[in-house]
Design a protein around this ligand. Structure first.
Ligand code: FMN
Ligand code: SF4
Length: 515
């Protein structure tokens, strides 16, 4: 019987040599006369173990990682393909690794298990059951199910998805659109990429259900150009879905229609903001639009449009399969369901951790992350991307919950957790936050365009010890003006990381470190 060996095909594993390892495994098996079936699966999200090679055994999948091409020979010599465990890279049964076992995977339940491009695999693992249910429901019933789930947008603003969909459903028009925001620009985030590279049919299914819910027949995935592998995988998966009647006209014989295209962005952070994304999708330069009108009413090409993040749409198949209440049964307060947290920066065990809302940041960073990679004390954590606060130690007990974070003047955003050890100069980080805005501002409004440029200059003067107190006051005033006067969250949130350094690490901003 052929032995199934799994080598991940996502960007992380491939950047660490997975393609070469796959080729070597095939060549080695051939030369030894061993019958194997090599499957290119997705990643489990345990990035510290990548490339994680798995062997199917009677007891489950046995893992070896992180494997390099130099290890292939010894893996064969020690009969890894027979399920023998003596090789030093053996990590035991993958499902038993505490990092994975202790998660609550609803969205990422198939990641790493299936071949992302196999529709059969998807169907065998509960795929398209949500769509089957949605096809016999009215739009209002689908929207009600999403409302019951309590799902809030995972792109950053945490707006209730069901309410957004209700607005589009209630806005009459011949043409409506579903737009998936796959720009994933936040520092330290990769969960959208993992969805698209490891389980693309889930996103396609989620978007199709969204179309049925609000009466939209056309969808676009706006994908960042820095994700070429996600682009290839999504393109192939979309073609397969068309070929098998899961996209296009008369979906599954239902007389309902939904078309989907993948469009590439051009590398601007601001094109992740939903209105500039729409401009970019229309072929224009990505400039932020004033709201109102909301995109739900006047969106793409002036039509009612649902704009949702990849993770929000990827949660939909589960909700329509198991019911909104099953999703809402996870979580705390108004943060329902699970949050895919991405542990990065100076962390020992970086990767994706999907858990119900409610776990503390400390537990995530220690129980899963294993502390800093450098072994030095942790100094600060930035959660929620480049516009998120730098949290000092006394805030690490904050739980993963939208309201708990906002009561600390922090944001959860897209769930990126970037850890910094004590070698980091927080004054540099404050300058970086302001400079990021200077570089990425769309330029439409003055507080952000001019404010961020002046902000960098003022920080430089403070760091150089030039009239420190008056420049400090100036920086405070400038931050206040940006918060109050900016048109979008790019300008109004940039002060958050800057002010967190001013509040919690003032000495590091006042005195430029002499190396
Ligand atoms: C500067 C800026 C950048 C953003 N970047 C992204 C992004 O990369 N991906 C994303 O999904 N949302 C991003 N957002 C949030 C979107 O504007 C919008 O809230 C989101 O796409 C709505 O989807 P959701 O309700 O599913 O979260 C960004 C917002 C701002 C202000
Ligand atoms: S705040 Fe910045 S990014 Fe947003 S509209 Fe104004 S200039 Fe553009």
């Amino acid at each position: 019987m052929s032995i199934r060996i799994f080598v991940p095909s996502d960007t992380t594993a491939r950047s660490l040599g997975a393609d070469q390892i796959a080729t070597l495994i095939q060549a080695e098996a051939l030369s030894r006369g061993i019958d194997i079936t090599l499957v290119r699966n997705g990643s489990r999200g345990l990035l510290w173990l990548e490339p994680l090679i798995e062997i199917e055994t009677d007891n489950g999948r046995l893992g070896f990682g992180p494997v390099t091409s130099n290890d292939v020979q010894t893996l064969f010599e020690q009969n890894f393909y027979l399920g023998q465990t003596q090789h030093t890279l053996c990590v035991g049964l993958v499902e038993q690794i505490p990092y994975l076992k202790n998660q609550q995977r609803l969205t990422f339940s198939r990641a790493g298990i299936t071949d992302p491009l196999s529709l059969d695999d998807y169907l065998e693992h509960d795929g398209y059951t949500g769509l089957d249910n949605a096809l016999i429901m009215t739009g209002q019933q689908i929207v009600d199910e999403v409302k019951t789930s309590g799902l809030r947008g995972r792109g950053g603003a945490a707006f209730p998805t069901g309410i957004k969909w209700q607005t589009v459903l209630d806005t009459p028009d011949e043409q409506k659109y579903i737009v998936c925001n796959a720009d994933e620009g936040d520092s330290g985030t990769f969960a959208d990429r993992l969805v698209m590279e490891c389980d693309p049919f889930m996103l396609i299914e989620g978007m199709t259900i969204a179309g049925l819910a609000v009466g939209a027949t056309q969808g676009y995935i706006y994908l960042r150009s820095e994700y070429p592998i996600a682009h290839q995988i999504l393109t192939k998966a979309t073609e397969t879905a068309y070929q098998h009647g899961y996209l296009g006209s008369n979906i599954r014989g239902s007389q309902k229609h939904f078309n989907l295209e993948v469009r590439l962005g051009a590398g601007a952070y601001i094109c992740g903001e939903e209105t500039s994304l729409l401009d970019s999708l229309e072929g224009k330069r990505g400039l932020v639009r004033a709201k109102p009108p909301l995109p739900a009413i006047v969106g793409l090409f002036g039509k009612p449009t649902v704009v949702n993040n990849v993770l929000s749409l990827a949660a939909i198949p589960y909700i329509l399969n198991k019911g909104g209440q099953a999703y809402a049964d996870y979580g705390v307060g108004r943060s329902r369901g699970t949050m895919p947290i991405q542990l990065t920066g100076n962390v020992k065990y970086g990767g994706l951790v999907e858990l119900a809302f409610g776990i503390s940041l400390n537990k995530l960073m220690n129980d899963f992350g294993g502390g800093t990679r450098s072994g030095r004390p942790l100094k600060a954590v930035q959660v929620g991307g480049p516009l998120g606060a730098y949290l000092p130690e006394n805030q690490w007990d904050t739980i993963i919950d939208y309201e708990a974070f906002s009561s600390e003047q922090a944001v959860l955003g897209h769930g990126g957790v970037v850890m910094f050890d004590d070698s980091v100069d927080m004054g540099d980080q404050a300058r970086f936050a302001m400079e990021f805005c200077k570089v990425e501002s769309c330029g439409k409004c003055t507080p952000c365009r001019i404010g961020s440029t002046r902000g960098v200059e003022v920080i430089d003067r403070i760091r150089a010890g030039e009239r420190t107190e008056s420049n400090w006051q100036l920086l405070e005033d400038l931050c206040e003006t940006m918060v109050d006067g900016s048109l979008c969250a790019m300008g109004s949130m940039t002060p958050i990381p800057v002010q967190s350094v001013m509040k919690f690490f003032p000495d590091e901003l006042r005195h430029e470190r002499q190396e």
